[in-house]
Every structure is written in C-alpha cells, then in structure tokens.
Design a protein. Sequence first.
Length: 60
Amino acid sequence: MTRTSEATKSPPPPEPGAKRLDRFGGSTVFDIVDLERETQAAVFLRWLETTTMTLTFAVF
C-alpha cells in the first residue's frame, strides 16, 4: 500500500457561499450565472412586450 502524501491528497471542499474561479482568466462562476439570469429576464420581457402588443392590436 502506498502512503498518501500532501501532493496526492485532493483539495478540501469549498466553503459554502465561496466563489469558485473557473479556468478562463479568473472570472467567477457567479458572474456567468448572473449573466444567464439577465439574459433569461430580457428574453421574457421581450416576449411579454410582443405578446401585449399583439393582444392590443387584436382587441382594437
């Protein structure tokens, strides 16, 4: 059996709420998640706007 050295140990689990760095230039995962949420919100607002306009034109 081989001895486990410091070099072969896996890193400790991240602290809850800690920011993780990804492999692309140090940007954080949370920034990517925030961008995704902003994109989804913008798509929803665009859909809501066009639906409202379509219903308005259909009524008048």
